[in-house]
Design a protein around this ligand. Structure first.
Ligand code: BGC
Length: 374
């Protein structure tokens, strides 16, 4: 390894079993225009279902003209060096998380909302058309980096997945301004993976009653984590969604994060009048289901209900997420750390990354410890 190279974990997109470690040029501040570059030393990178789909050759795209994609979009790093035009909030030593999507060409991209882009040309770091963060260093423009307080070094790697939840909840509240009065009391979260658990946390921190609905029978670690934030875990093995809605009371908000698309329509069927259903699962498969369309449609119409899809997150959602991480550490000390179940030590251990993502049914968050100093 020379001074100008570094190790990175990459795939050849759409080629199965192509996960590998490679030596790539070390990024430099000069690649970012206008003196706004920040060079970041990567500390930790979380892995999720999107990474698994990319590894399984179902998703992902290399940068133009290249055949490999450096993986990793859930980052935590420390600023190593900054260009002359970088604001004082980012100095060497600052803990940072990078946002994922970069602007495409639509009007939404132009107003700073690539998360709402309507063009299909936006890059997402570590996912499509732009390298990710599962490497020793990355460089990016200051506006895409979010500074974190030093106290979040242990759990800050959860900020990117939490930002997805923050956007979903923010959108729900913004949309529900249509009602003039909306004070959601009861919510259901479908799915008990990292997104489902973080959604349960964020809703409990807002004083909302939460039922988390997932396949596995309680008790297990995830159901205990739901209990620990004052939520209720319900297994789909013994309870239908309709039974859950009947027993948990009218569901003002349902957030779907199971990855099983038929639930989206079952959830629409059990939503309370004036309720909102937020869909957050990126379902890349070809699942089909027969559904009672008249009943669901009538319920939506007569009940003035909303269904909204949500993807990615705005920088503001990361900033809001920091507040929730800090509140969670104060109100439920140690809870966030328990999501970090499966640590892979170093970039070289690609086998462990694969095992954690594919085979470990007890893993909540698999993450790679790239460098000490978190
Ligand atoms: C990432 C999002 C991204 C989405 C679709 C998710 O795993 O967290 O940032 O927009 O995948 O690519």
């Amino acid at each position: 390894m020379t001074r100008n190279s570094m190790r990175a974990v990459a795939v050849r997109p759409r080629v199965a079993d192509s996960l590998h470690v490679r030596s790539v040029p070390r990024p430099s501040l000069d690649e970012v225009p206008d003196g706004r570059g920040v060079l970041v030393r990567v500390l930790r990178v979380g892995l999720c279902g999107t990474d698994r789909e990319i590894i399984d050759a179902e998703f992902g795209e290399a940068p133009a003209g290249e055949d490999a994609l450096i993986l990793g979009h859930e980052s935590l790093g420390r600023v190593e060096a900054v260009g002359p035009e970088v604001p004082d909030s980012l100095v060497p030593g600052t803990l940072v998380v990078a946002t994922v999507r970069r602007p495409g060409s639509s009007a939404y991209d132009a107003i700073g909302h690539p998360d709402l882009s309507t063009s299909d040309d936006f890059p997402e770091r570590g996912i499509r058309r732009a390298h990710g963060f599962l490497a020793e260093f990355y460089a990016d423009a200051a506006e895409y980096l979010v500074p974190l307080p030093a106290s979040l070094a242990e759990v800050g790697v959860l900020l990117e997945p939490l930002s997805i939840v923050e956007k979903g909840i923010r959108q729900a509240f913004e949309i529900q301004q249509r009602l003039r009065i909306w004070e959601p009391r009861r919510a259901a979260v479908l799915g008990a993976g990292p997104i489902g658990l973080l959604a349960a946390l964020a809703l409990r921190l807002r004083g909302i009653e939460v039922a988390v609905y997932s396949r596995r029978t309680a008790p297990f670690r995830n159901s205990e984590l739901v209990d620990a934030v004052g939520g209720r875990y319900v297994s789909s093995a013994s309870t239908s969604l309709a039974e859950l809605a009947a027993s948990a009371g009218p569901l003002d908000l349902i957030l779907e994060a199971t990855g099983y698309s038929p639930f989206a329509f079952e959830a629409a069927d059990v939503l309370a009048p004036n309720g909102i259903l937020v869909l957050a699962s990126v379902t890349g498969g070809d699942q089909t289901a027969e559904i009672p369309t008249d009943r669901i449609n009538q319920g939506l119409v007569l009940g003035n209900k909303v269904i909204v899809g949500t993807v990615n997150a705005h920088r503001d959602d990361f900033v809001e997420g920091i507040d929730d991480l800090l509140r969670a550490e104060a109100v439920f000390p140690g809870w966030l750390g328990q999501l970090l179940t499966t640590r892979v030590d170093g970039l070289e251990r690609t086998d462990e990354m694969l095992r954690g993502l594919r085979d470990d049914a007890d893993a909540i968050k698999v993450y790679v410890e790239v460098a000490e100093g978190g």
